[in-house]
Design a protein around this ligand. Structure first.
Ligand SMILES: [Fe+2]
Length: 377
């Protein structure tokens, strides 16, 4: 790890020209341009056994808007961009600390993905788009009671991903958690497939997978409606994702545990959301064929636990958005439902995992054991 500067020989005259050019440029820069205002992150993404990327969001300026030339004061939005730094050559399963020199208090730590039979813990929660105090309470409860190595957010981070002003508040609320854990976000329908979502979390592919210890994790994009501009393009995207999913599951059949995260649930106990064809239903046969351990989702603002074809489906959408009732449990399928703010913590030990849904007061709503002795207690 470290910074290595390499290059060929630069002659004396050329060096002189370069130094003069730099001095001339520096003289042109106003002093305040040296330090951009950080309004998001740092957030640590793409964490693997040997690599990690640290991203932060900066505000360069604000844009004012109005519907008349003399009334350009009716709305204001920040001009945002992301900045990132990537590291390679790290050691697996080790905690690293980072800081941004010149920015007091901007820093944190993360743990690289362990390799082999190593215990770890992760947190899953989602639908943080509204009721910001509740979102803050959930984040604080996670930080206080759980020390996750990483967080999976099941989507709907903000109420409209294309509204710039909403992102700084999301990052401000999440900051205590992002300072300690790697972050793997899922695209929700409220992100509106925004370029900002992809930029701020350095998303390189709408669906991807990673390993952590002996477990395999798959992050899917279930937002069919915003995936592309035309119906044909949406279907092509969906078919490509299904083909990729089957290939990825087939290649990771040796993993001790196989987890999937996506936004939309194929099964729900919310009556008004039942019925009709759900695109995510296309994935259910693959989950069953390749023995997925559990699928974590959001979209419905409550906690739900269903068991279908040996696969656990857990809806964890209690991160702040207004709660939905769980008024229609599914016969022979639904194991537990509760309309309550919560998060899910999963402790992995060897080939087993304990998944607990936890309310704000620390009460365990549901406890499921995955692995060699798969059971619900
Ligand atoms: Fe949603």
């Amino acid at each position: 790890m470290g910074v290595q500067i390499s290059g060929g020989y630069i002659g004396y005259r050329m060096r002189t020209h370069i130094v003069r050019a730099i001095l001339a440029l520096a003289a042109l820069l106003p002093l305040h341009a040296v330090a951009a205002k950080i309004v998001g992150g740092p957030v640590v993404v793409h964490v693997g056994p040997k690599s990690a990327t640290i991203v932060w969001v900066v505000e360069d300026f604000q844009v004012e808007l109005g519907d008349a030339p003399d009334a350009v004061n009716q709305a204001v939005a920040p001009g945002l961009r992301s900045v990132r730094a990537s590291f390679t050559g790290l050691k697996p399963g080790r905690r690293y600390y980072y800081k941004v020199p010149g920015y007091d208090g901007v820093g944190g730590s993360f743990r690289t993905a362990p390799v082999g039979d190593v215990d770890f813990q992760f947190v899953v929660f989602g639908d943080t788009r509204t009721r910001h105090k509740m979102h803050r309470d959930i984040v604080n409860a996670i930080v206080r009671d759980t020390k996750p190595d990483f967080v999976i957010h099941t989507g709907d981070l903000v109420s409209n991903g294309r509204e710039s002003a909403l992102w700084p508040r999301f990052f401000e609320i999440e900051a205590p958690l992002l300072r300690e854990a790697a972050f793997f976000p899922v695209l929700g329908n409220h992100e509106r497939n925004s370029p900002d979502f992809h930029d701020f979390f350095a998303i390189e592919s709408p669906y991807y997978s990673f390993d952590w210890g002996r477990a395999h994790f798959i992050i899917l994009n279930s937002d069919f409606g915003n995936a592309a501009a035309t119906k044909e393009a949406k279907q092509r995207f969906w078919d490509d994702q299904l083909r990729w999913l089957e290939r990825d599951l087939a290649e990771h059949q040796d993993a001790a545990l196989r987890f999937v995260a996506m936004h939309h649930p194929p099964f729900t106990a919310v009556k008004r959301r039942q019925g009709g064809k759900k695109h995510v239903a296309d994935m259910v046969p693959l989950f069953e064929r390749y023995k997925v351990t559990a699928v974590y989702m959001g979209h419905d603002h409550n906690y739900q636990h269903h068991l279908v074809g040996g696969v656990h489906y857990i809806v964890t959408g209690g991160g702040g958005a207004p709660l939905y009732p769980v008024d229609a449990p599914l016969d022979g399928v639904t194991l537990k439902v509760e309309s309550v703010e919560h998060y899910v913590r999963v402790a992995v030990k060897g080939g087993r995992a304990v998944s607990e849904a936890v309310a704000l007061d620390g009460r365990v709503i549901d406890r499921v054991v995955f692995g060699s002795r798969d059971s619900t207690d």
